[in-house]
Design a binder for this molecule. Structure first.
Ligand code: SF4
Length: 210
């Protein structure tokens, strides 16, 4: 019997990719109406969505398993004729951001970066956090809204996220005017490799499934 909560992560068929099997009953692809598809097609015609989508697919095909994400990001910005790259960085990853900025400059991009503690505003004042909860990490708040506004003012063409915290990244994406991509996803325990926990659920990270 169909479980109404089933979705793509419950699918072992993946007929959407190769079209050589039958869609499962719960598949959202087979539930699409012609009108639904027309609306999505229309969205790809807006702004530069079609071009972004095409360029992404071209890079994926041309450099499949050849380019690192750093190289793919550069290629993406070049092919979309982007000139100015914003970096929204965690202060804990400023060294990595400096290296990335240096690489971007070698490729003739203009770079402007905004670190997470920009504005030096206080967690206790802005978020209402109890002072005792600031003892480990300090009272200066991560300020993704100001990071986004700063890069917006600089009219960046693409914003690259480097190691923003879970949730802070969400607010950055929400307020960024430019397209965003993520170069580094912070994971303080797994050296910024959050997938590591998923790969280890059979052994060391069994607890995640318990
Ligand atoms: S879209 Fe359909 S076929 Fe594709 S992964 Fe989701 S459920 Fe499976």
């Amino acid at each position: 019997m169909e479980n109404k909560n089933n979705s793509c992560s419950d699918c072992a068929i993946i007929n959407c990719q190769k079209q050589d099997k039958t869609y499962p009953q719960f598949c959202p692809t087979q539930k699409l109406t012609k009108e639904d598809i027309a609306k999505i097609e229309q969205l790809y015609m807006e702004d530069n969505n079609r071009e972004v989508s095409r360029v992404s697919a071209e890079i994926e095909a041309q450099f499949y398993c050849k380019y690192t994400r750093v190289e793919e990001t550069i290629e993406f910005a070049k092919r979309l004729n982007m000139k100015k790259i914003g970096i929204a960085t965690c202060v804990g990853l400023l060294e990595e951001s400096r290296t990335f900025a240096e690489i971007l400059k070698k490729h003739d991009f203009e770079v402007y970066s905004a670190a997470c503690k920009i504005g030096a505003m206080k967690k206790t004042e802005i978020t209402g956090l109890d002072k005792e909860k600031t003892l480990t990490t300090g009272n200066i708040m991560c300020n993704p809204i100001l990071q986004a506004q700063t890069l917006n003012k600089e009219n960046t063409d693409l914003n690259v996220v480097i190691g923003l915290c879970v949730g802070h990244d969400s607010l950055f994406y929400k307020y960024s005017q430019a397209l965003c991509t993520t170069l580094i996803t912070k994971d303080r325990v797994l050296a910024h490799n959050p997938a590591g926990a998923l790969y280890q659920t059979g052994t060391y990270y069994k607890k995640l499934l318990q």
